[in-house]
Ligand binder design. Structure first.
Ligand SMILES: Nc1nc2c(ncn2[C@@H]2O[C@H](COP(=O)(O)OP(=O)(O)OP(=O)(O)O)[C@@H](O)[C@H]2O)c(=O)[nH]1
Length: 410
């Protein structure tokens, strides 16, 4: 596991965890409310992770939670009725769990995710009760799910709230092999909001957060699994899952490197790989859409609703930029086929001299319309790409439906 770890990416995470352990250790000794300190540090780790994994939404959420971490102890101290403030905290925690679960990128639709999460919570509640974590145990866990929150023992509620994000993270990972850190942030948030002096609960809280952090680390490393290993771009699996979440009006571009087969034959596969990596980098840095490697020398760009004219103009200047880039070829021996287009037999060796060369790309653009399925959307972009190829390559072509709609508007 350590061998596959990307140290430059994960170093900040490791440092943050070490810091957290250190702070926890010292604050524990000095009698400072260790859990609050720990929660703040854990949330800071979330911020670092969000930055490292470029999850902007998570970053905003983490910043918000870090601030609330500072505000929460103030609220506790200044509240005239601690019981009421504690109840408010728990209510906020429940709402937070539901909201973040609703808006996180789970494997299911939102409603399904919510039902699924609540179901998990119930199951884990039953689990904790029977393991004796609760003082009131069986007679109250039965009513816990049915009656108002005041009747639920705090320990059970704590366990319920914490088990939801942790278990959802695990199951989410098992189903999709993708990292969704929102659940982990939720567990930190819940930890922050709960102010229970009960020792078992405190221990459980610590174990949960440690477990959540461990999951985060594993997920971070496992992201490499679903990223394309050659280009580092998200691969087909990620594209399929992101595609389903794009709203109506979103734009897609199917991109293909022109005459790549010839390039490979002439300059060798190793040089072909370098070109793929370079083009992928340009696409990833385009700044107006998310890039994916669809497979082979094909890429996809997805973007949320924006003007078609702006998108095609930006795509066209990206095409030009890639076309003017000079690739420095590595000198090497290349196996070329004896007869044009023949099988693998009859290969002769040819030396590729060091020289600079450029490649062109073609692109097909389509828009997700109300009446269209997500798969049809991509298919239309592919059709447009086909037309770009047949009309001479090195160009951007918009799907026929969109051209017709545009001319009708005029
Ligand atoms: N070096 C390298 N080549 C790849 C990779 N994946 C696919 N290819 C090559 O990409 C080429 C794709 O060729 P074609 O689908 O015939 O398309 P093309 O030659 O680009 O022609 P047009 O698309 O019509 O312009 C094949 O020769 C594949 O071997 C890869 O990961 N590395």
């Amino acid at each position: 596991m350590l061998a596959v770890m990307n140290w430059s990416r994960n170093l900040p995470i490791l440092l943050a965890i070490l810091m957290a352990a250190f702070a926890l250790n010292s604050s524990w000794k000095e009698g400072v409310p260790a859990l609050e300190v720990y929660a703040v540090i854990t949330l800071t780790i979330s911020c670092l992770l969000a930055l490292t994994l470029r999850q902007t939404r998570l970053l905003f959420l983490s910043i918000l939670l870090v601030w609330s971490a500072f505000l929460a102890p103030l609220l506790v101290n200044y509240s005239a009725q601690p019981l009421i403030s504690s109840a408010i905290y728990k209510l906020v925690a429940i709402i937070a769990v539901c909201l973040v679960t609703l808006f996180s990128d789970g494997p299911f639709r939102r409603q399904q995710t919510l039902v699924f999460t609540l179901l998990l919570g119930m199951i884990s509640l039953a689990g904790f009760s029977s393991f004796g974590l609760s003082t009131t145990q069986l007679e109250s866990w039965g009513v816990a799910t049915l009656l108002p929150w005041e009747l639920v023992s705090l320990t059970e509620l704590d366990a319920l709230l914490l088990s939801i994000p942790v278990m959802t993270t695990l199951i989410h990972f098992a189903l999709t092999r993708q990292a969704d850190l929102s659940y982990v942030v939720v567990s930190c948030f819940v930890l922050l909001l709960i102010n229970n002096p009960d020792l078992i609960t405190r221990l459980w809280l610590l174990i949960s957060v440690e477990g959540a952090l461990l999951i985060v680390l594993l997920l971070t490393m496992s992201q490499r699994v679903w990223r394309d290993s050659l280009t580092g771009l998200p691969g087909r699996q990620r594209l399929d899952s992101d595609l389903k979440r794009m709203p109506v009006g979103s734009l897609a571009a199917f991109i293909d490197i022109d005459h790549f087969k010839k390039f490979n034959t002439k300059y060798g596969h190793a040089n072909g790989d370098i070109v793929l990596q370079r083009v992928a980098k340009d696409l990833a840095r385009c700044g107006f859409a998310q890039a994916y490697r669809y497979g082979g020398e094909e890429f996809v760009l997805l973007t949320k609703p924006m003007s078609l004219e702006r998108f095609t103009a930006q795509l066209d200047s990206l095409r030009e930029r890639i076309g003017t880039r000079r690739f420095q070829l590595t000198p090497m021996d290349v196996n070329t086929k004896g007869a044009k287009g023949s099988g693998t037999s009859g290969k002769t060796k040819k030396a590729v001299k060091e020289k600079a060369i450029s490649v062109n790309i073609s692109a097909g653009v389509s828009k997700l319309l109300l009446s269209m399925s997500h798969q049809d959307w991509l298919k239309q972009a592919d059709d447009a790409l086909y037309r770009a190829k047949s009309s001479g390559r090195n160009c951007v072509v918009v799907t026929k439906t969109l051209i017709e709609r545009r001319s009708k508007k005029r």
